[in-house]
Design a protein around this ligand. Structure first.
Ligand code: SF4
Length: 353
């Protein structure tokens, strides 16, 4: 019999590393896939080979990177199974990953899927009934093997067809990580990430920002949110101006430079030519305001915020000069700093990290 291949969902956390290794130990060729979105691990796309080499050298696992962004932005509009404590649609997220993984299986010659899920480890997505919902709604069903808890779950095709010996699988259950750590030691895995994951949708500070934009309070409509918008959403100070304008201010020089790399053609860009201060973007200023007067009003407010967060210079007048470019047009506004009590309600959230 030629070697059987399994496709494993790989988060990079210990459970997924162990799941791959437990299956590989039975002579199965395991190919892992790490899904990325703007909400988790997106930066890996900048140098996939570096990541692939690191995972292979550390854990002996062959990993592919797959961008899940397009389906994911849509999923956030209205996840069928709802959100967790923050803006994390964990059940639908896992379903989406499994659906995409199944689409990848033929090209990889994979016969079944593997995940590192552990029964009872997470309240929302790893309860017995939820595990069942995930395999049912993704269509993966009996082709999904969860080797770390397999002995506590119904038999899957991989076991029934004799590709995998069920006896050599595990019966992990619950939140304690001691068995995983002991198994890691046994397998010689010493360098693994801590369980707290890097998913921004579970982040106490950042997930409310994303939620508010997705609630549709901005002039940028929910259907039009792009990957670039999400990257912008995670940068700098964020405001929703009266009228729905979405304004982002850099908090330091590094963020100012970063913001300039994120400017799009229909954004307005603001900065102070004389004093040090934030660079700011008013997103989709050109396309989202119906009337020039509304845009001008938003630019005045944005400029007043730029001055508010600009450096104060001793003995100079409080007003500041702000250069504003909208498309090809430039103007200079001289404005007073906005009083703090005026803009508190406009802060998307403080997100000081
Ligand atoms: S924590 Fe984030 S990446 Fe993980 S399942 Fe939930 S939404 Fe998906």
């Amino acid at each position: 019999m030629s070697q059987i291949t399994a496709l494993a969902l790989f988060s990079g956390g210990l459970d997924s590393i162990l799941a791959c290794r437990v299956v590989a130990a039975q002579g199965i060729r395991v190919v892992a896939v790490k899904f990325v979105t703007p909400f988790f691990d997106y930066e890996l796309l900048a140098a996939p080979d570096v990541y692939q080499e690191e995972v292979f050298n550390k854990y002996g696992i062959e990993v592919l990177l797959e961008d899940l962004s397009s389906g994911y932005l849509e999923l956030l509009h209205n996840p069928r199974h709802g959100f967790g404590k923050n803006f994390n649609p964990c059940i639908d997220c896992k379903i989406l990953m499994l659906v995409r993984a199944q689409e990848m299986m033929p090209a990889l010659g994979a016969s079944f899927l593997v995940t590192g899920e552990v029964l009872g480890q997470r309240p929302m997505s790893q309860r017995r009934d939820t595990l069942r919902v995930i395999e049912r709604d993704s269509g993966a069903d009996r082709f999904l093997l969860r080797p770390l808890s397999a002995k506590l779950l119904p038999e899957t095709e991989a076991e029934a067809r004799g590709w995998i010996d069920r006896e050599k699988l595990l019966d992990m259950n619950g939140r304690s990580r001691s068995r995983q750590i002991a198994l890691a030691r046994e397998l010689g895995i010493v360098d693994f990430p801590t369980p707290a994951g890097g998913c921004i949708l579970t982040d106490l500070n950042l997930s409310p920002r994303i939620a508010r934009i997705y609630q549709g309070n901005s002039i940028v409509s929910v259907e039009d949110i792009t990957v670039a918008d999400v990257r912008l959403l995670l940068t700098g100070r964020q405001f929703l101006l009266p009228g729905g304008g979405w304004l982002i201010l850099g908090r330091n020089e590094q963020e100012n430079v970063l913001l300039l790399t994120m400017v799009q053609n229909d954004d307005a860009v603001l900065s102070m030519p004389v004093r040090p201060g934030p660079t700011a973007i008013l997103r989709r200023a050109v396309s989202c305001y119906e009337h020039a007067a509304q845009l001008q009003e938003a630019l005045q407010l944005a400029a007043a915020l730029v001055v508010r967060f600009g450096k104060k210079i001793k003995d100079s007048p409080p007003e500041g000069e702000v250069r504003v470019s909208v498309g090809r047009e430039m103007q200079t506004l001289t404005v007073l700093p906005l009083a703090d009590q005026v803009f508190q309600e406009w802060i998307l959230n403080d997100a000081e990290r």
